[in-house]
Design a protein around this ligand. Structure first.
Ligand code: HAS
Length: 542
């Protein structure tokens, strides 16, 4: 691995885990406060910690890790190193994002940006918080630009060839991110910054939430797709098999690109400012975006089974025993996959309008995203870290690392079982999300929730042990003995059909996406701007 690329990738990965650590500290503290188990000194607020936890974990850890991982994979699959321009853009992006993240974190710690990780109006932060976010987003665009330039250069110099699957997936993930962040950029630049500076007196709340969720839902696929890149490209190699179908994998990513954006209203199903017809349209599109995940599940089972049978597995489930259970590169992402089955089922419940009325704004939703992003995605990212760091640094991944990694994975899964399990259960009993400790004047319902909140805090404490162990593992990886570690990227099975070239006709796919975005958003957004009182008197401006 080119040492200049290693430095760039490592800078991203280490910053990601630094954010995970700080976010973990904030997370365990807010969990203990919510469970009524501790009181915070020095007037530190519950919501302040919750904002730090959400922002550092969900936005900073993920974005840095994803960019680092994708740059590494682009270097590995498109010619062995990054183009100098991509590397320069990568560093520029890193600098901008890091400046923005540090500024935003300081403002949260000063209690000047206690607006939660979703930061839409009417919560108001210091204008500098929004400016800090602009740096983070623009920084990420720079790295994305580097990836696109690298891809285009490869296409030009390899005319008629199909792009390696990993690079293709990285391009889609970055396209999705850039198109999604346009929504939040409009919200921040044209609504939140002018309003927080006091240049305008009011803000259109329903529009602000809509622009946020236009971004907020594809954001979750920006987290998920790099995990899928590992599941499709890395896992087959780790188990000793091949990719079941390159074309299926690309089709699923294209479907994510076109269906993941026009679905933001499924976060606003209980909102009065959006009329039912548009909620209905976006719920249908939400169910469309489930299909590529079902295709992924199918493809993974096929990969496991075909490999198992090729090494002599018999019977319906004999292949299960042939999986490399002692290899953390497999075990951690596999636990992520397993957890994604109930996590995805929870997503389907959320997306169903009537059921959404039961779970919206309860702890059920918090339980859902701790299974998805904080388990399926995070465990896969941990699984990647165990081989990525030694691979780029020219060090060995020792048997001890596998053992420690498996222990860390088990601790994480156990902690999450208790935390997310009790969140889901108490959510169904009505306990609201994002609420500091209260007994609602000893209301019997609230008293009934308390034991669940305590179990949540215990689960959170186990997870914090998981964070600390992960950091220790990283320190050990950095000081592992010199040697070689494989950067595992699988080949496509010989039996797979040839990949059609249409998957790289970007104009077609972006065209379909733009049409769908217009269908889903043009009329409701126009209504929100021109006639903000419709359906939502009193809710629209603040
Ligand atoms: Fe979600 C809320 C709907 C997926 C994250 N979601 C959230 C929030 C977050 C989040 C952060 O419709 C809260 C936002 C906030 O702060 O308010 N979600 C869905 C749906 C899916 C879904 C339909 N969500 C995700 C993923 C996330 C994520 C992925 C992060 C990475 N979500 C919602 C809705 C809400 C919501 C509503 C709003 C709720 C409200 O009212 O506020 C789908 O994409 C899920 C599809 C997944 C599947 C599972 C496929 C399974 C696979 C594993 C195969 C396993 C194998 C292992 C092969 C259909 C691929 C082998 C196993 C053996 C047994 C051998």
């Amino acid at each position: 691995f080119d040492s200049r690329d290693s430095a760039l990738v490592l800078a991203h990965i280490l910053f990601a885990f630094f954010a995970l650590f700080l976010g973990g500290v904030a997370g365990v503290l807010q969990g203990l406060v919510r469970g009524g188990m501790i009181h915070l000194p020095m007037e530190i607020g519950y919501y302040q910690l919750l904002t730090a936890h959400g922002l550092l974990m969900a936005l900073v850890f993920t974005t840095y890790f994803i960019i680092g991982f994708m740059l590494a994979g682009i270097a590995r699959t498109l010619g062995g190193h990054l183009l100098p321009i991509a590397r320069k853009l990568g560093w520029l992006g890193y600098g901008l994002m890091t400046f923005g993240t540090i500024l935003a974190t300081i403002l949260i710690l000063l209690n000047k940006a206690t607006v939660l990780y979703t930061f839409y109006a009417p919560m108001k932060a210091s204008p500098w918080f929004y400016i800090a976010l602009v740096f983070v987003v623009v920084g990420s665009w720079m790295s994305g630009l580097g990836i696109f330039i690298n891809y285009r250069y490869w296409k030009k110099t390899h005319r008629g060839q199909t792009t390696p699957l990993f690079a293709y997936m990285a391009v889609i993930t970055m396209l999705l991110w850039i198109i999604a962040t346009l929504g939040v950029a409009v919200e921040v630049l044209f609504q939140l910054i002018p309003w927080s500076f006091g240049w305008v007196d009011t803000v259109n709340v329903v529009l602000s939430r809509t622009l946020f969720w236009y971004f907020g839902h594809p954001l979750v696929y920006f987290w998920l797709l790099p995990a899928y890149m590992c599941w499709y490209c890395v896992i087959p190699k780790v188990i000793g098999g091949k990719i079941f179908s390159d074309a299926l994998a690309r089709l699923s990513f294209i479907m994510f690109l076109i269906f993941s954006i026009p679905v933001g209203f499924h976060h606003q199903l209980m909102e009065p400012g959006v009329s039912n017809i548009w909620k209905f349209v976006q719920v249908i599109l939400t169910f469309m975006v489930v299909i590529p995940s079902l295709m992924t599940a199918f493809s993974l089972f096929a990969t496991f089974e075909l490999h198992g049978r090729s090494v002599g597995a018999k019977g319906l489930f004999g292949w299960f025993k042939k999986l490399p259970w002692k290899d953390v590169r497999f075990f951690a992402p596999f636990m992520g996959m397993l957890i994604f089955i109930p996590a995805g089922a929870g997503g389907l419940i959320n997306a169903s309008h009537q059921l959404n009325a039961v779970i919206h704004n309860t702890l059920w939703v918090t339980g859902h995203f701790h299974l998805t992003v904080a388990s399926s995605v995070a465990l896969t990212f941990f699984g990647i870290t165990y081989w990525l760091i030694p691979a780029i640094l020219g060090r060995q991944m020792t048997p001890l690392m596998h053992r420690l990694g498996i222990i860390q994975t088990v601790i994480w899964a156990v902690g999450m079982f208790f935390m997310s399990g009790s969140m889901h259960s108490v959510g169904l009993l009505g306990s609201p999300r994002r609420t500091a400790f209260t007994t609602y004047q000893d209301h019997p319902d609230a008293i009934m929730w308390i034991p669940y909140h305590v179990v949540m805090a215990i689960g959170g404490t186990i997870l914090f042990v998981g964070v600390v162990l992960m950091i220790i593992n990283i320190v050990m990886l950095l000081s592992a003995p010199k040697g070689e570690t494989e950067f595992p990227i699988a080949e496509v099975s010989e039996q797979a059909e040839k990949t059609p070239a249409v998957f790289e006709r970007w104009g077609v796919w972006i065209g379909v996406l733009v049409v769908l975005i217009l269908v889903a958003y043009a009329i409701p957004v126009t209504e929100m701007i021109t006639n903000p009182g419709v359906g939502a008197k009193g809710f629209v401006t603040w």
